[in-house]
Design a protein around this ligand. Sequence first.
Ligand SMILES: NC(=O)c1ccc[n+]([C@@H]2O[C@H](COP(=O)([O-])OP(=O)(O)OC[C@H]3O[C@@H](n4cnc5c(N)ncnc54)[C@H](OP(=O)(O)O)[C@@H]3O)[C@@H](O)[C@H]2O)c1
Length: 253
Amino acid sequence: MNRLESKVAIITGGNAGIGEAIARRFAEEGASVVVTGRRRQELDRVVTVIRHHKGKALAVVGSVTEEAHAQEVVRQTVDSFGRIDILVNNAGIGDFGKRLHETDDATWANVLDVNVTGVFRITRAVVPQMLKQGRGAIVNISSIASLVGLPTLPTYAASKGALDALTRALAIDYARDGIRCNVVNPGLINTPMAAPLVADPERLQPILAQYAIRRPGTPEEVANLVLYLASDEAAWVTGATFPIDGGMTVCKG
Ligand SMILES: NC(=O)c1ccc[n+]([C@@H]2O[C@H](COP(=O)([O-])OP(=O)(O)OC[C@H]3O[C@@H](n4cnc5c(N)ncnc54)[C@H](OP(=O)(O)O)[C@@H]3O)[C@@H](O)[C@H]2O)c1
């Protein structure tokens, strides 16, 4: 029996990197998946791959920074598949290589708008449907940047710290409505976001020296953890934080 048989899942930022791996893994396990993102061509590519493997997928193009998009994602998902069982808030952007005094207002506002307010908007649009159904699972994709101090990413760290706290707040507020909410905190994962770093051995090696398992993770490894949390196997798991980081946050060299 497939682990997500007859479930319907929305994955924001499902057209690349970790989000794409989650969408493909979920579809393999029987879910109907709705992928979102701003780049239509990349969305169409993921939908085509999933359908090629006999999965069910739909793309909704748009930005998590737009309320109308959040409403449209929910409308199209319910119109096409009749329900929403799983929401993965994966869409996110980084701002790396600057300290706080080098960060301008526009960058700060943009990162917070996508990584925090975007999750607020999409989740606010989805929750009424989950309340109607009396069940649902939300998985937020955060980062180890919310768990340990890392250099030159203050805006990103602040945004992911807010996401961890929001996860716990949602878990408490909706537990008795049958809605679970958990957060996954990846370390360095080989995706387009991390590609410049992964391709630069001089910068990569000192970073990997901080990982007990001395390699970057893969999007598929993150997808497997998200699959567990989204599935009924995790029925008693809510409000929890899950580092997936090759031991980075416990490694002392
Ligand atoms: N890679 C890592 O090392 C790493 C580590 C820890 C946490 N994470 C987190 O994992 C998540 C996925 O990261 P990734 O590495 O897979 O990044 P990625 O390869 O850059 O993919 C980011 C995804 O987010 C979407 N996105 C960005 N801005 C958006 C917006 N305004 N509205 C809708 N979608 C938007 C992108 O699609 P469009 O560009 O088409 O909009 C894309 O699908 C992020 O939340 C990131 O912070 C990544």
